[in-house]
Write a protein that binds this ligand. Sequence first.
Ligand code: AMO
Length: 446
Amino acid sequence: MKRFFTVLSEEDLEDWRRTHYSSQIKPDLNDDNVLVMGWVSSIRDHGNITFIMITDKDGEIQVTAKLDECGKILFDKIREVKEHSSIGVKGKVRMMQNAPNGAEVIPEEMKIFSIAKKVPPFQVYSRTVPNIDIRLDLRAIDLRRKVLRAVFNIRHNTLNAIREFLNKEGFIEVNTPKIIATATEGGAALFPIFYYDREAFLVQSPQLYKEQLTMAFEHVFEIGPIFRAEPSRTMRHLSEAISIDVEEIFVDYNDVINLLERMVVYIIEYVIKNKSEELEVLQNKIDKPSLPFPRYSYNELIELLKKEDERIEWGDDFSTDNLKKLGSIIQGYYFITDWPSISKPFYTKPKISDEKLCESFDLMYGELEISSGSSRINRKDKLLERMKKQGLNTEAFDYHLRVFDYGVPPHAGFGLGLERFLMTFTGVENIRDTTLYPRDKDRLAP
Ligand code: AMO
């Protein structure tokens, strides 16, 4: 049979409006007229029958065009459509066991809103694509891949769970400045920026603001960006990450450890309940972790690592090799508590029984640190003393220190890195795939 190549033209939306999403195209709609829209994720041409998969936010719709059913003009037009094009199809639903949700659409009219003019340098159907930079260069298209849509749907669900959990616990959500005057997290480098005629910085952590806000609101949380000038490219560092910051009063680090582990379990239960399909796409079976998570003191782990012939001295932070070793011995979520005072930022409260140690913790998942927190110093003289010990210019912190003249209550809190936390239950190995548009030393666009 002679095939005429249609020159496709792009059409306007006009009065076309979607009547159903893919999730609604089911056998119970058999024979109903529908109008579906989305992007073309695959085309299979078998001569007299062509299958087009339209993908929308919920999933896929199979459109089955047969020459003898839809007529030559429409049939030829359908055969010319390219993957990724944005289209709308009017037609009738027909039961079809092998189609997604057990039903397909028999086309009667089609509009091509936008034609894809290029073939992307990766397949949307493949689970993994070798070079992440090729994907990141065309991230909006990369995000059309099923695995990544599953990851970001789970991310959305995780944020809902966090808000629901903290609401129930009596926390209020706040937003604090992202342009700041001074550093808070000693080791991590700052990004300087121009602020009118002065130098300012992008925030490393909402630490000091969340502490101050507990004076009026008692229990606060923030979900917001933190910026860290990380010199090296690793699978677990971003220059811009999202931190879940929590702070509350009249509690110490043990109380927030309990809160954090309950929150982790709440989120995982929530995701298992609401996002089972997405977890299946990721081929990631997760079990609800049991409470309480194991707790190890820093001193205990130093002993353990020394027994394993690891290079580490008391007072050191764990090196990448040390963490790998720990991860091979301890799986799942666990806490490392009571760190040396010198290894934690100035606001961390030393232990009353032994000032060399502080009331602090990290939440780990194997070798990955996902959160840290502590009891905070709430007395001005102690805070000044510790700042001086750490060689900080106390005058630069005047805006913060003056608050301590007005009775700051005992308080404690933590920061949980959202992207790293997501890695622990999505099975994603590179942190760049738990953030939409990752930033690192070499990447500033898209
Ligand atoms: P910390 O500096 O340990 O603590 O950061 C808290 C958590 O944030 C995440 N995180 C990062 N994630 C990706 N890329 C990065 N470059 C990066 N840096 C940090 C980690 C980390 O555990 N103010 C304290 C928190 C507190 O005590 O409340 C703080 O910022 O998951």
